[in-house]
Structure formats: structure tokens, C-alpha cells
Design a protein around this ligand. Sequence first.
Ligand code: NAD
Length: 256
Amino acid sequence: SLQGKTALVTGSTSGIGLGIAIELARQGASLVLNGFGDAEAAKAQIAALGARVEHHPADMSRPADIAAMMEFAASRFGGVDVLVNNAGIQHVASVQDFPPEKWDAILAINLSSAFHTTRLALPHMLRRNWGRIINVASAHGLAASAGKSAYVAAKHGLIGLTKAVALENATTGVTCNAICPGWVLTPLVQKQIDDRASQQGISVQQAQENLLREKEPSLQFTTPQQLGQMAVFLCSPAADNMRGIAWSNDGGWTAQ
Ligand code: NAD
């Protein structure tokens, strides 16, 4: 159980982050949510599970915002015991057409934000000699796709950061691991499906089928709830000695 523990999930107003927050709340954790969009609706979903919940609107591309969010978590809850670095964005274009400001934003949000939250969360975790740092990487942390240079570089980098943090704390009760989803039907992926449908003049349903067929032998989406339950497992005593792994849930994507 995560009773008495506080979890902070970045980018948890929607999609995978919200799914992970819900599963951690079901285990009794208090939650600090983060992200744009409808924060009140996300808070209401967590509160309905009986969990204490707050939201902080920090922009993960801004280190000063991240520091303010971590101070907020310390002042409201006494510190973060479970840190889930989940916030992420995507942009699809070939390298020569890739807007440099999009490159910078993706590296900042998908990779550097995890460095900042981690460096600020570790002192509290080490004082208690217990902590879980869970980085939401991707199948794109292990394999590339054309058109996703910034995302692939950031996610490979996030797995590298995961390993380094795991090793630095390997003799303590603080673990750091990555989860690597394949396709999950969230707003981030729905946009890619809609863009393919309009670019190729096909139906949204056909575009969705094609997207799965290209990468996932299972032809199925992974769900935010399934990923949340992986996070719950990583928080359990069974995972005390799992350190620095990149754990896939990708319908066979990276088995190929
Ligand atoms: P999503 O778009 O549904 O949710 C992204 C969340 O991040 C939202 O809460 C959004 O408000 C927040 N966010 C975006 N920019 C932010 C910023 N600058 N500061 C703070 N919050 C910000 O996306 P998702 O599909 O749930 O993705 C979540 C994570 O999972 C990402 O890291 C993504 O790369 C990863 N992932 C997604 C898939 C997939 O198929 N959907 C697969 C593998 C990995």
C-alpha cells in the first residue's frame, strides 16, 4: 500500500499520466498532479477515490517552474516519495524540416524536466531511505522511427538518465526505472492518427489500423490503466531490487 506516501506525476491532467495517478491513488497515495488543460476534472477523478490531491501548473520546459512545483509538494505534503516523470510532447517532421524551437521544447519537456524533478526529489527520498522514480519513456527509447528525431533522442536520453540515477542510488532504498509503452490511445496519439487520415485521404479508423499494423504485432493499444499498474508494481517490495530497467509494454513492438 502507498498509504502515507505522496506521488507527484508530471503531465497528469490527461492520458497516461492521469491513468498512473489514478492507480497510485487507488493504493492510498496522496497525489500532486501537474499539466495543462482541465486540472479540476483530473483532481475530481482522484478525489473521488478518497485520495488527497493538489494540482500545480508548472510548465515542464521551465526549470524555475519545476523548482516551484517541488517546493509546493514539500510544503503541502512534506516531500515526494514517488516521482513519475511523464510529461511529454511530440512533433513529427524530418530532421531538415524540424523547427529548432520544437527540438528544444521536446528535449526540455521530455528529458531535462526529469533531471530537474529528480535532482530536487532525491534529498527527501534519501533522508527516508525509500523512494521510487519512474520515468515514462517509450518504445522510442529503445528503437527509432523516421520523423521523430527529437522524441527518439529525448526518450533514449531518458533511459540513459534512468540508468545513471539507478546506479548512483543502488545501495539505498531509492530505485529508478523506466516504463516503455508502445501505442496508447491518448490525445498525443489521436493527433497523429488524425494527421495521417487527412494527409493520406483515408478514414480515421483506417489510419488507426495502419498505425498499429506498422509497429505492434498485437494490433492493440496499451491502456493508461495497464501502465498505472506497472507503476504500482514498481512501488511494491517485489521491485525493491529492480534498478535501471527499461520495462516494455508495447504489443511486441521492440521484440521484432
Ligand atoms: P497526453 O498529450 O495525453 O498528455 C500529456 C500530458 O503532459 C498532459 O497532461 C499535458 O497537459 C502535459 N504537458 C504537456 N506539455 C507540458 C508542459 N510543458 N509542462 C507540463 N505538462 C505538460 O500524452 P500521453 O500520450 O499521455 O503521453 C504521456 C507520456 O507518455 C509522454 O511522455 C509520452 O511521450 C509518453 N508515451 C506516450 C505514448 C502513446 O502512445 N500515447 C507511447 C509511449 C510513450
